[in-house]
Design a protein around this ligand. Structure first.
Ligand code: ACO
Length: 311
C-alpha cells in the first residue's frame, strides 16, 4: 500500500532474464513501482513472448543506445579516475547493464535497483560499493534477510556480505539490523548468535560476540540486545529461561545477528530449505541508495517482492 501511494522507479539490470521479466510485468500491472529493464530490447521482447508476458508500458533501455550513455561514462570516469579508471574503461563499464543501472541510481534517473538473479553477490555489489558508496556516518555495508512464514517475520543479518567481521563490525551490523526492524515496523529484540550462551562456552569466537554485544549496549543503551546466545536459547522460551534467565531477549528474539558469513549464509538457507521460511534478501544496509541483491536460486515472486521492498 505504501509503495502504491508513492510510485518509485526501480531499475532491473538483468532485463533479459526470465524471472526478472515476469516480475517486471506484475509490478507494472499492479502499479507497485515503475520497473525499467536494461538490456537488448529485441532479446527482451523475444524472451517475453516465449513466456507469454506483456511488457506494454515498461521502459527498456539498451545502454549503448541510451541518450545518457556519454553523461554516465563521463561521471563514472570522474568518480573512479583516482582509482585508475581511464575514459575508455569508463565507457566499457557503462556499456555493462549493472554499471549502467548503478549510474541511473547515482544520477537520480532511478530510485532503486534490484539484481542478482544471474550475477553473483560480489559482482552485483562491487559497482554499488564503488559508485553509490555508504550513507553518511556508515562505515560498512551489511545486509539482512526477511525470513517469513504466515504470522512470523524474523530478520537475519549479515548472511551475504561481510566474511569475518571484527567485534566493531559485528556491532555495526547489529545496529543496522535494529534500524531495519524499526523501519519496517517489526519488533526488535536482537540476539547476537554464537555456539555459547552468556558464559557457557569458551573461545575467541564467543569472546568476539561478547565484545560486540557490549559495544552495541554502550552505543544504544535502550536497545533490546543480548549475547552471546545459542540459536535455541534465542528462540525457545523454555531454553532461554534455563540458559539465560536474566535476559530480555532470550526465548523471544526477533532479530538474529550471525557471527560470520559462513554461519549466516548456511543458517538462512537451512531455515529456508528445511524450515520452510520464505527468505527475502539480501537487503543491503548502509548504502547511499536502495540497491538490493537476489539469490541466484530465486524465483519470479522473490524478484517481485524484492522490487517492492526496494521501492
Ligand atoms: N562496506 C562498504 N564498502 C565496502 C565494503 C563494505 N562491506 N566492502 C568493500 N567495500 C568497498 C571498498 O572500500 C572498495 O571501494 P573503493 O574501490 O572505492 O576503494 C570497493 O568496495 C570494492 O572493494 P574490493 O575490496 O575491491 O571489493 P571486494 O572484492 O572485497 O568485494 C564484496 C566486496 C563483494 C562485498 C566481498 O566482500 C564479497 O565478495 N563478499 C561475499 C559475497 C558473497 O559471496 N556472499 C555469499 C552469497 S550471498 C547469497 O547467498 C544470497
Amino acid at each position: 500500500a505504501k509503495a502504491k501511494t508513492n510510485v518509485k522507479r526501480v531499475v532491473l539490470p538483468e532485463g533479459d532474464e526470465s524471472r526478472t521479466i515476469q516480475a517486471a510485468a506484475i509490478i507494472k500491472k499492479e502499479g507497485l513501482a515503475e520497473p525499467v529493464l536494461i538490456g537488448d530490447p529485441e532479446a527482451i521482447a523475444k524472451e517475453a513472448s516465449n513466456l507469454g508476458v506483456n511488457l506494454e508500458g515498461i521502459e527498456i533501455i539498451a545502454p549503448c543506445n541510451s541518450v545518457k550513455f556519454d553523461e554516465y561514462a563521463a561521471t563514472l570516469y570522474d568518480l573512479r579516475k583516482a582509482k585508475g579508471v581511464t575514459e575508455e574503461q569508463a565507457k566499457t563499464l557503462v556499456s555493462d547493464p549493472m554499471y549502467f543501472a548503478v549510474m541511473m541510481v547515482k544520477l537520480g534517473d532511478a530510485d532503486g535497483l534490484v539484481s542478482g538473479a544471474v550475477l553473483t553477490t560480489g559482482d552485483m555489489l562491487r559497482p554499488a560499493l564503488q559508485i553509490i558508496k555508504t550513507a553518511p556516518g556508515v562505515k560498512s555495508v551489511s545486509s539482512v534477510f526477511f525470513m517469513c512464514m504466515p504470522g512470523q517475520t524474523y530478520i537475519y543479518g549479515d548472511c551475504a556480505i561481510n566474511l569475518n567481521p571484527t567485534a566493531e563490525e559485528l556491532a555495526g551490523i547489529a545496529l543496522q539490523c535494529d534500524d531495519t526492524a524499526k523501519a519496517f515496523g517489526l519488533p526488535s529484540r536482537v540476539a547476537m548468535l554464537s555456539y555459547s550462551t552468556i558464559n557457557s562456552g569458551k573461545g575467541p569466537d564467543a569472546d568476539l560476540v561478547k565484545a560486540a554485544t557490549a559495544m552495541v549496549k554502550e552505543a544504544r543503551p535502550e536497545m533490546l540486545v543480548d549475547g552471546p546466545l545459542q540459536y535455541d536459547a534465542a528462540t525457545t522460551p523454555s531454553v532461554g529461561s534455563l540458559k539465560a534467565p536474566n535476559s530480555a531477549v532470550a526465548g523471544k528474539a526477533t532479530v538474529f545477528v550471525f557471527p560470520d558469513l559462513s554461519a549466516g549464509n548456511i543458517g538462512y538457507k537451512i531455515a529456508q530449505r528445511l524450515g520452510g521460511f520464505e527468505a527475502y534478501g539480501p537487503i543491503l544496509l548502509g548504502l547511499n541508495a536502495p540497491i538490493n541483491d537476489l539469490s541466484r536460486g530465486c524465483n519470479a515472486e522473490e524478484v517481485y517482492k524484492m522490487a517492492i521492498i526496494t521501492a
